[in-house]
Design a protein around this ligand. Sequence first.
Ligand SMILES: Cc1cc2nc3c(=O)[nH]c(=O)nc-3n(C[C@H](O)[C@H](O)[C@H](O)COP(=O)(O)OP(=O)(O)OC[C@H]3O[C@@H](n4cnc5c(N)ncnc54)[C@H](O)[C@@H]3O)c2cc1C
Length: 376
Amino acid sequence: MTEAAFGHGPAGEERAAGGATGPAASGDLGPADVPATGPTAGASGDAGSSARSAGTAAEASASAASAETPSTDVLIVGGGPAGLSAALNLARARASVVVVDTGRPRNAATLRSHGFLTRDGISPIELRKLAREELRAYDGVRVLDRSAVARIDADADGFVAALTGRAATASPVLTARTVVVATGLGETLPDVPNLRAFYGMSIFSCAACDGWELQDEPVALIGETSDLADRARLLTRWTSHLTVCTNGADVIDPVDEAELVASGIVVERRVIADLAGERGQVAAVRFADGSSLAVAGGFVRPTWHAAHDFLDPLGPETDAEGHLITDRSGRTSVPGLYAAGDAAAPGPQQLIVAAGQGARVAAVLVQDLLGVRTAH
Ligand SMILES: Cc1cc2nc3c(=O)[nH]c(=O)nc-3n(C[C@H](O)[C@H](O)[C@H](O)COP(=O)(O)OP(=O)(O)OC[C@H]3O[C@@H](n4cnc5c(N)ncnc54)[C@H](O)[C@@H]3O)c2cc1C
């Protein structure tokens, strides 16, 4: 990467002259939609034509990239707080940025988000909306909604990404000098019928996010994983009226159970039939034997899975749970490939942490591309 690729030199002038069609626009990706920088700067013509004729975007690969393929300094995969924060800070460093987002954030189930400084209690949708509005002030950022990155291969100048969804109708292939993975995580909830109907409304997964609202209330912790005893200990920060429900799973050993019981926590090993309640407000845990436990709310321990099959051709290092392993600055094991937010080890975190990681990745990425080492 040269200075020019960040818009300080000739490539930046080309961008200002005609590369960008508008600030942080959201929509299809065409050749004129991506600020022209890097090796394809100034290219004209139908950037999508070669890949379109090759078939679907998912079939597009490195071989589909051509001199006419749209190019950007940074491709950000995922438009949650991590990706949007990276986009904002990269835009301010005069990078050209494309954010591709399928629009399925992990916290979509909830109505209120807590703990984000200046935005405590904001709805997740509103938070994203505000972030996108801020991006509109910057030329060079393009947000491609309802679109996915299906595959990323390495190429001589960085990476080539195959897109699917709305963006792919204009151009199914995009080249990028660098990539930030900010795809978050998927969740699998414990095997309890109708649990999903209460998740995000009165049953949550993050004690730090939602413990305050349930303080001193009777609460159930439902989980089937071996860290359940520790999660119960954590929840005593907010309530001592806690019942740990293992749903029949043998995940709390006798030593842990004795300690939990000694501190007033009930360990309930019976299989759960379902949950009672209405309009998202849980009222009771109903067990398979017909008995029930009255609660005002609950926490679950989901299992989390990182969905980044699209990186398979690059083979980045992952941990046992599939999170991308990064150094403390967000660099993965693949040069030029960065990760931020929940997708990066150690996994599930919080909105403001994800946004912070996005900002840090942006700063480090700019330094790496210029080949400088500075703490500031
Ligand atoms: C029910 C619930 C409640 C929560 N409440 C809070 C709270 O109150 N406070 C708090 O701080 N945190 C809360 N969290 C945690 C918070 O939502 C996450 O830590 C945060 O969303 C992580 O941000 P992210 O940017 O890493 O990922 P996400 O916000 O999940 O965003 C990832 C984005 O990437 C997109 N994507 C995925 N794959 C692709 C692909 N291949 N191509 C293109 N796009 C893709 C997704 O559609 C999504 O839009 C909660 C989580 C849950 C589940």
